[in-house]
Design a protein around this ligand. Structure first.
Ligand SMILES: Nc1nc2c(ncn2[C@@H]2O[C@H](COP(=O)(O)OP(=O)(O)O)[C@@H](O)[C@H]2O)c(=O)[nH]1
Ligand SMILES: [Mg+2]
Length: 309
């Protein structure tokens, strides 16, 4: 469903008046690893879309989340690779994130409140000049921020918590001022724009970060082989990919314990997103050194440059 820019709306009195033009805008979410970018996107959208992990560099591909009110559509981009440590990323991935940022109407710059005042966005992002789009700084993890640390940020600081929802309505109205007038780009009921297959892989990767140790979650990815959306339960067959034969056993775990836990985690997330039961059929395969294999990376939808960890 799309809105025409100018609509007449019944006002209950029998007369009609011209409603204000809706606003639609794109907001890039940026911040250091672990700032809580993905968590805040999920809290705003009201659905678990972006994978959340205490381990850094978990987000590999941008996730888009929508929040639509009566008159405004916010399109949030959780952009990985923007303010991440340089050794983890290569120039092109960062460039892709910067290009996307420049196309947005505002940057939501998140910084963990317990760490104190945020460094200037431009310096953290390694930019010579500040971005041309407005930067809105907000402090995350308000729920675990002691009162003194809050005070130190000053009375005007925007404090939010993905955990409790504190500060989110205020943040949204703050961001709204930067969004241009224009028709909605997406259906007002949509929470995301990416295909379900994308989220299948994201949720499996989130599970990998939860259930696998050390470097293994970084060597892990998944590929959707079959997706029967209209069967009941929804049938999804996936291949879990690792880089070496020795990693296969670790994914499966003793008596299949680990692969079951990974599958159950992803299935629960998918069921919440789809609102219907899911049957997830998972198999493990070795795709030797896939993170360094250009053909494999393209097939898996990664920019080549994201392969370094
Ligand atoms: N207590 C608390 N923890 C949070 C909050 N937001 C994120 N976290 C935690 O911080 C870690 C990193 O979050 P994530 O959203 O993945 O950060 P990202 O790397 O910036 O995307 C996870 O363990 C989250 O559970 C919050 O508002 N409150
Ligand atoms: Mg993230």
């Amino acid at each position: 469903m799309r809105f025409s820019p100018l609509r007449t709306v019944p006002d209950g009195s029998g007369r009609r008046y011209l409603s204000p033009m809706p606003k639609t805008g794109h907001i890039a979410i940026a911040g250091v690893p672990n700032a809580g970018k993905s968590s805040l996107l999920n809290a705003i959208v009201g659905q678990h879309l972006a994978l959340v992990s205490p381990k850094p560099q978990a987000t590999r591909l941008p996730v888009i989340g929508l929040h639509t009110t009566d008159e405004t559509q916010f399109v949030f981009h959780d952009l990985p690779g923007l303010l991440e440590p340089r050794y983890m990323m290569q120039a092109r991935m960062r460039q892709a994130a910067l290009d996307q940022l420049a196309r947005c109407h505002a940057v939501l710059y998140l910084h963990p409140a317990p760490l104190g005042a945020a460094p200037a966005f431009a310096s953290l992002a390694g930019l010579d000049t500040p971005p041309t789009v407005p930067v809105v700084t907000a402090y995350t993890k308000a729920d675990v921020t002691p009162a003194e640390a809050r005070l130190a940020l000053g009375p005007d600081a925007l404090l939010v918590s993905a955990e409790t929802g504190e500060g989110i309505p205020g943040l949204l109205s703050h961001l709204e001022q930067w969004l241009p007038e224009g028709p909605f780009e997406f259906d007002r009921d949509d929470v995301g724009t990416q295909p379900l297959r994308f989220f299948v892989v994201e949720f499996l990767r989130e599970a990998a970060f939860e259930f696998l140790e050390d470097e293994l979650p970084y060597a892990f990815t998944a590929e959707v082989e079959e997706f029967r959306e209209h069967s009941s339960p929804v049938y999804i067959r996936v291949t879990l990919l690792v880089e070496r034969e020795s990693q296969k056993g670790m994914i499966i775990g003793r008596g299949g314990r680990t692969i079951k836990a990974i599958g159950a985690h992803a299935r629960a997330r998918l069921e919440a997103l789809l609102g219907s039961p899911v049957y997830l059929d998972a198999w493990v395969k070795v795709l030797p050194n896939w993170r360094r294999n250009a053909a494999a990376l393209s097939r898996l939808g990664f920019p080549e440059e994201s392969s370094a960890t």
